[in-house]
Ligand binder design. Sequence first.
Ligand SMILES: [Zn+2]
Length: 61
Amino acid sequence: MALEAGLLEILACPACHAPLREETASEETPELLCESQSCGLAYPVRDGIPVLLVDEARRPA
Ligand SMILES: [Zn+2]
């Protein structure tokens, strides 16, 4: 499920305020990845709605 056009442009990582990019590595759970190298948190997208909560984010390996 693609996010609404333009939505990514206004979203930022709540932890570091870096831009986010959509990642669809998994078909079931698209994610928004923080573009900061030092942060890199991955936020889940549920039913097309980004969950921009640090507590919900997947931390990089
Ligand atoms: Zn970040």
